[in-house]
Design a protein around this ligand. Structure first.
Ligand SMILES: Nc1ncnc2c1ncn2[C@@H]1O[C@H](COP(=O)(O)OP(=O)(O)OP(=O)(O)O)[C@@H](O)[C@H]1O
Length: 255
């Protein structure tokens, strides 16, 4: 499925947070949204997945109008791994992941054997089979993040939105989660902070500053020392990593 966002603008209170952003995620593409703290990445993502209403603009997932469709219709197509995953009451890990099945059910439909099979499969993918009966609230931040990804997988999405999905994760699980996401073969739009990981996993990048897109393109074209200096106010050198063959970033000083 393709995501097309046309001229989205979002204000919160009196502040214009997202200012006329258009973007495109092609079929099965992994697209990264980069930018400094507070530049509007989460607000843009939330307005695409319907937590915030944009002031203006359209968003389509193939032919589905995301602004006008019901949350349930959107949730049948799209999973979200958000930034904050706290609950005020407790569920087991299995119950949390079962929630991913909700958009595919009618009210009061019981969970069936197929749902449990899908949930077990999702838990296995994120390495949490042994945690199925644990209380969600007792988990570490990184374990919670993996449960939320399992819930997103159980939703069997055709498109994924990720807001800093590697927050809280140690290096093994950062790589594991991005590898899982990449292997799903769905379109992905992900806000990421780690520029080297973005270079490794993303097919295309949008760089956001103060609510506007200031650069876009393939990682090698966007992640230049000039763009990083302008957007993040950090001096760096870009190099070809001799070990991985990928793009390396040596950060020098904050400007
Ligand atoms: N209700 C609100 N009223 C006014 N400003 C708000 C409101 N909610 C959020 N903001 C501001 O909107 C801006 C964008 O926030 P957003 O969470 O979208 O940034 P972000 O790029 O995702 O940042 P981070 O990388 O820190 O997660 C921030 O400056 C934030 O303080």
């Amino acid at each position: 499925m393709e995501l097309n966002v046309h001229h989205f603008s979002v204000s919160l209170g009196k502040a214009d947070i997202v200012r006329d952003i258009s973007l495109h995620v092609g079929e099965k593409r992994f697209v990264g949204l980069l930018g400094p703290n507070g530049c509007g990445k989460s607000t843009l993502l939330k307005s695409i997945y319907k937590v915030i209403k944009p002031n203006s603009g359209q968003a389509y997932l193939d032919g589905t109008d995301l602004v006008k469709s019901s949350p349930k219709t959107v949730a049948q197509l799209m999973s979200v791994v958000g930034q904050f995953n706290e609950l005020s009451f407790d569920f087991t890990v299995r119950e949390m992941v079962l929630l991913g099945r909700t958009p595919h059910k009618k009210l009061l439909d019981p969970d069936n054997a197929e749902d449990y099979r899908i949930v077990d499969d999702a838990l296995r993918q994120v390495d949490l089979t042994a945690y199925a009966d644990r209380s969600y609230l007792s988990l570490s931040g990184g374990e919670k993040q993996r449960v939320i990804l399992a819930r997103a997988l159980a939703q069997q999405p055709q498109f994924l939105i990720l807001d800093e999905p590697t927050n809280h994760l140690d290096v093994k699980y950062q790589l594991q989660i991005l590898n899982i996401v990449k292997s799903l073969n769905t379109g992905v739009l992900a806000a990421l902070h780690d520029l080297a990981l973005a270079a490794k996993y993303c097919d295309y990048l949008y760089m956001v500053k103060k609510g506007k897109i200031v650069a876009e393109g393939v990682p090698h074209d966007v992640l230049t020392k000039e763009t990083i200096a302008e957007v993040f106010e950090v001096e760096c050198e870009i190099y070809d990593n001799p070990v991985t063959g990928g793009l390396g970033i040596a950060y020098l000083t904050a400007k």
